[in-house]
Design a protein. Structure first.
Length: 212
């Protein structure tokens, strides 16, 4: 950990994974406002933050507040939601069972991704997708999908927007584990790879990050 003063109560902090934190400190020297350049969640773990410090991760725009006491190892609580757009080519769609596509990368040890909503956009081209057209969004390694859509891929004309829907309670049994720490959120095709289609798809994913 290296701290470098760049102004009155303003510092850059280089952490172990080389992202850079810029922190504005209070009169006691605790960081109360901070910006981290990359990653999904705050990665600086040293006790330099004050209680109530807000840190923004530039890569996603996500913000977090420190709930730990001044100077202790921080405990971050995500504020609000983040929305990401992920675009899929026809080749990716045709291989969605074999090769699921990551919508949100694994956030780091001790964190889980909670999807809030997914909106899908399909742009029809030449032919509709057929066979194995159920799309599932879920956490990699979990027992079941969290959200699903069965009508987006078979669209036969134009550009169509549709939501993904939550899975039924009946699909979840007592021992199912629907969330996995430090695991990506992915989209996949159920049963097998789709066939025939040529269109492209974009998914607008709104999610929260939760520290366990």
């Amino acid at each position: 950990m290296k701290e470098t003063s760049i102004g009155t109560n303003l510092y850059t902090v280089s952490d172990v994974d080389s992202s850079v934190l810029i922190a504005l400190c209070d009169s006691s020297g605790w960081a109360m406002q901070a910006v981290q350049s990359s990653g999904l969640v705050p990665s600086v773990s040293a006790g330099i933050f004050g209680n109530g410090c807000v840190i923004v991760v530039q890569e996603t725009g996500a913000s977090f507040v420190n709930t730990a006491a001044d100077g202790l190892a921080p405990s971050w609580s995500a504020q609000g939601t983040v929305t990401a757009k992920v675009s899929l080519t026809s080749a990716q769609i045709l291989a969605l069972n074999t090769t699921p596509v990551t919508l949100v990368a694994a956030p780091g040890a001790g964190w889980i991704i909670q999807p809030v909503s997914v909106i899908g956009k399909i742009a029809f081209a030449t032919a509709a997708y057929a066979t194995n057209t159920t799309l599932n969004v879920g956490i990699a390694g979990a027992s079941d999908a969290l959200l699903t859509n069965t009508s987006l891929l078979p669209v036969t004309a134009g550009t169509v927007y549709q939501p993904f829907f939550g899975i039924a309670q009946a699909s979840v049994t007592g021992n199912d584990n629907e969330f996995v720490a430090n695991a990506a959120l992915t989209v996949s095709a159920a049963t097998g790879n789709p066939t025939a289609g040529a269109g492209t798809m974009s998914l607008y994913v709104t999610y929260k990050l939760i520290q366990l």
